[in-house]
Design a binder for this molecule. Structure first.
Ligand SMILES: O=C(O)CCC(=O)C(=O)O
Ligand SMILES: [Fe+2]
Length: 381
């Protein structure tokens, strides 16, 4: 079977086997801060103008396949205005309750804000998302978060990183060696609700990085082709990206904080369901998994009744990947008290927040939970 993605890192990785790592080749997040005081190497490159994902469907898909990301125009001005009005309301209502240290404002709109449901099924992006994931029948929604950032009070200096792909089930080695590479296991869409340019932070990607987690090695391999690409565009612009592509929230290039502006972003994560086999016949792992639970984000990944039990079969299928926490919530009759997370609430906060990040899962418990979730997901496919 031919490989469909030829990022150079995948061929280099084999040749390097057994060689000693260069000392600067630290893995993980530390390895992605090679230059003091700079995010990445500071080698800034630019993406072409956003594609119209309907009129330029094939071109947008081809660009994605080559680079691991693509930028498209998604929301209309009317949609941006309407969604921002909802965000204004929940920001005013929740205040500091949704301020997460180091993260800015974080809200999970899926549970109580049906106003955003259309962004999951958006006609501009869903067909392209589905094509990348190998068909709408294999496309599942697993997370939705809203993030707000303000100059000075929000954090600066996020490291370049891949988002942990497949809840840690897919190792770097598997990502580097599987043939064919695509379709990916997970795909993110980042949609801007505010204009993004050099005065704001920008979602930024390292093209062709989906098969590594270290930008130093990638730069060695790509040479002059290596670049860090801030996604700039008007509100309504959307970046569709392999979840394992290396990315960050790039600080505003404008360093005078009095000239910096705030930014709002919507982040959806889709997973590929169904079975895929490698060229050698072995079963590919990592597909269709719910995201691992984070304690400070208790309502992350929960799906409300109107979607999980929708009578519309296409909606129900889209929301059919359930974590064990989801099953516990359903067993509790979708009770508000069970969620108790201001980061997904609407209206006045009910009772104490039971999952404020102080509770920690032991490693053993977390592993058992993942194993159970895996078994359940597999039995539903
Ligand atoms: O806010 C951004 O631009 C990127 C955030 C990020 O890395 C993430 O949500 O995984
Ligand atoms: Fe990330």
């Amino acid at each position: 079977m031919q490989d469909n993605i030829s990022d150079p890192i995948s061929t280099i990785a084999k040749q390097e086997g057994g060689q000693k790592k260069a000392s600067r080749d630290l893995s993980g997040r530390l390895g992605n801060m090679p230059v003091e005081g700079v995010q990445g190497f500071g080698i800034i490159k630019h993406h072409p103008p956003p594609f119209d994902p309907v009129a330029q469907f094939d071109e947008a898909f081809d660009f994605y396949e080559e680079h691991g990301y693509v930028v498209v125009s998604q929301l209309s001005d009317g949609e941006v205005t309407a969604l921002n009005a909802v965000c204004d309301a929940f920001n005013a209502e929740r205040g500091a309750e949704i301020d997460v240290p180091g993260q800015g404002q974080l809200l999970f709109p899926l549970l109580n804000y049906p106003e955003f449901d259309g962004t999951v099924f958006h006609p501009k992006t869903l067909p392209l998302v589905a094509r990348i994931l190998g068909g709408i029948e294999n496309t599942r929604h697993i997370e939705f978060n809203y993030r707000g950032w303000q100059p000075v009070t929000s954090d600066y200096g996020m490291e370049f990183h891949p988002d942990d792909c497949s809840g840690g089930l897919l190792t770097l080695d598997q990502r580097q060696t599987r043939r064919p590479y695509g379709p990916p296991d997970m795909l993110s869409t980042f949609t801007y609700l505010t204009d993004v340019d050099r005065t704001t932070p920008a979602f930024a990607v390292v093209p062709k990085s989906r098969r590594t987690h270290n930008i130093q090695r990638l730069r060695d391999v790509l040479g002059d082709e290596y670049g860090e690409v801030p996604i700039w565009g008007p509100a309504g612009t959307c970046c569709i990206v392999d979840r394992s592509t290396i990315h960050t929230r790039m600080d505003p290039l404008e360093k005078d904080t009095s000239k910096q502006r705030s930014r709002r972003i919507l982040h959806h994560v889709f997973a590929r369901a169904g079975e895929l086999r490698n060229a050698d016949g072995s079963l590919r792992t990592g597909n269709g998994e719910p995201l691992a639970l984070t304690d400070w984000a208790f309502s992350r990944g929960l799906i409300p009744k109107r979607l999980a039990l929708s009578e519309d079969p296409e909606v129900a299928r889209m929301f059919s990947v359930w974590s064990t926490r989801q099953e516990e919530w359903m067993a509790a009759g979708f009770s508000d008290v069970f969620v108790s997370d201001p980061k997904s609430a609407r209206g006045p906060t009910l009772g104490p927040y039971r999952n404020d990040g102080k509770q920690t899962l032991t490693k053993k418990k977390a592993a058992a939970r993942r194993k159970r979730a895996k078994r359940k997901t597999a039995s539903r496919k």
